[in-house]
Design a protein around this ligand. Sequence first.
Ligand code: FES
Length: 104
Amino acid sequence: MKVTWKLPDGREVSAEVDEGQSLMEAAVANTVPGVIGECGGCLSCATCHVYVDAAWLDRTGSVEDFEDAMLDIAAAERRPESRLSCQIEVHPDLDGLVLNVPEI
Ligand code: FES
C-alpha cells in the first residue's frame, strides 16, 4: 500500500508500506522528516503527530480518549484532522493515503 507524507516545505515522501504496521512505524522506516515516534508508539510523546488529508478522514478511524489528551500537548497546532500516527494501523483501505506533516 502506498502512503504519501507531504512535508511543510512542499516536498513529499511516498513509500510502499506493510499492512499491520502503524503509520508512525512506516514513517520512521522511511525516514520521513518531522515524524519522530520517540516513545515507540506507547502514546507518551506526540512526536508522531500528523494531519490526515481531509479526503481520508473517514477511513482513518476515530480518536480515542488518551490520544485525544496527547494531541492537546503536541508541539504543533492541533487541528480537526490531527492524529497521532502511531494509533493508525495500515490496512488496505488506506492505500493511497495522504498525510500532512506539521511544521514544528
Ligand atoms: S509515537 Fe509517541 S505518541 Fe505516537
